[in-house]
Design a protein around this ligand. Sequence first.
Ligand code: 0RA
Length: 643
Amino acid sequence: MPKKAAETSTYDASAITVLEGLEPVRRRPGMYIGSTGPAGLHHLVWEVVDNAVDEAMAGFCTRIDVILRADGSCQVIDDGRGIPVDEHPQYPGRSAAEIVMTVLHAGGKFGGGSYKVSGGLHGVGVSVVNALSATLTLEIDRGGRHYVQEYRNGGEPQGPLREVGAAANGHTGTTVTFSPDPTIFDETEFRAQTVAERLQIMAFLNRDLEIRFFDERPGRETQQTFRYSGGIVDYVRHLNTSKESLFRKIGFYTQSEEGQEVEVAFQWNTGYYEGIHSYANGIATIEGGMHEEGFRKALTNAINRYARKRGLLKEKEENLLGEDIREGLTAIVVVRLRDPQFEGQTKGKLGNVSIRSLVERATNEKLADWLEENPREGAQIVAKAVQASRARMAARQARDLTRRKNALDGAGLPGKLVDCSSRHPRECELFIVEGNSAGGSAKDARDPRTQAILPIRGKILNVEKARADKILKNAEIQALIAAIGAGVDPDFDVEKIRYHKVILLADADVDGSHIRTLLLTFFFRQMPELVHNGHVYVAQPPLYSTLQGKDKVYLRDDAAKAAYLAEHPDHRNEFQRLKGLGEMDYDELRDTTMDPTRRALLQITVEQAALADEVCSILMGDDVPQRRHFIQTNAKDVRFLDI
Ligand code: 0RA
């Protein structure tokens, strides 16, 4: 290999230290932000906002603005103390702010005693954002002065931090404006809804903190302000607005000791699902952990003690089970602690044992107090749990019946399932197809080795409005459960699924969208791991076809049609709107929708379980005006479908 002359190197000494500092992040972004897909891209925003929220938690910041700017950059403005600007003791000639922006893990408040998040998830440090940005501008107001520093190409300072004038009267704060590096990320366009939803949750978790969101990108200008004086009590109210609450009051208690604290807000609704959402240091703990364990255990305990004491449960009657008590419960459990240990597959499970006993003790004491003070609500909670326990026994009988019936059907597979021949779930796909005629074309269009077809008739039961016993007696649902082969909540075992892709195939019209929603609700409620582990997909049959010469061209949706028209302006009239799957020939269906080498599937992801829960309730619940409003405002952007 030829050796380059030393003088061709344009790096000066400072550039080399910076590159050394941040190079690992650019080399392996996934290690720091999880991925270079949309989730990783948005992680950059969370990281900067988290830093500002830390300032708020420390009591120095009251407002955060997040702006998606017209040029594609993201700007985060806070009114905190401003990152320190003086020379860093260990780095002569460089400001502390520059060190925070260019040295990994230098973001921690220089050893301060705040509830910092330990690595892995968030809290990787704002220098990671710098490392993965094509350009970043840092502005600081501090000590009456205004400072600016620019970085390019993944964190190279374009000069030292400069004082460029006075800060507005007494104002302090930090502004970070960054453009994600397009050579790192698959795509660099932020999704407004993802950002807004996250900011809203942060506002719920930080009582009275004002977070404003601005989308300034042309054609999508919006502004939203989130500020909640009730904190997580407002969060519970918000989650239950799409449901019918069992009583008006929202319970709340808090307790702290030895540098850790817990806050809980709760309310029951008349529904059948449990919605406990927990957070540790502002991070959603999707997989639960010690804080949730402590809460569940003490909740069961406290309600049973109360029920016995009040004579609502007789001496000879058995204790209420936790799952019966949690039916219809919406609760937010928030803990703050030093050194949180995040474990589990997605690092979404809190491992600190000491927090379990704190939450348990707090719940045993304070929930018991709340029940004493609210006897009417206490009686309603117990009555609902007693009903739930009766339904649970009826459901068990229904499930046993289903099992026995399946056992009689030979392999236990539903009669209308057209199965594939492969027995390797990893390569197998199940198409759930609406209607018998579409089922027929799908059967002809499939690859019989790996693709199975389950036709379902009309609209399946709305599981949001039925208890488990009724759900399990429904024939369409029995067929679904049997075909997938892994049981149903609470015994669903994702290890046993017979297909790694479960694909919903319905028309691109309103009816099709309704049936998709029903099916998604069913999966989310009864086979949550199927959704969480990314096994659920939506097929995208085209909405339009047109002839280009002799060839038929298919266009997926209105956007694709518009793009096609822009390229072929003379083509305006030849268009045909496809009425449904039923009228496509099998080869058309294969080429556009089913053939793995040509189709485009949407994978269903659930980023925020609390949001998905809310969407299920709104779409499937009883509140018709709210549902209409939701569909009108989200018609083109179903929130499950994170594209
Ligand atoms: C280091 C130390 C201090 C604050 C910050 C960093 C800080 C970082 C960011 C990032 C975005 N906004 C921020 N605000 C503050 C403590 C400052 C002090 O002790 O005065």
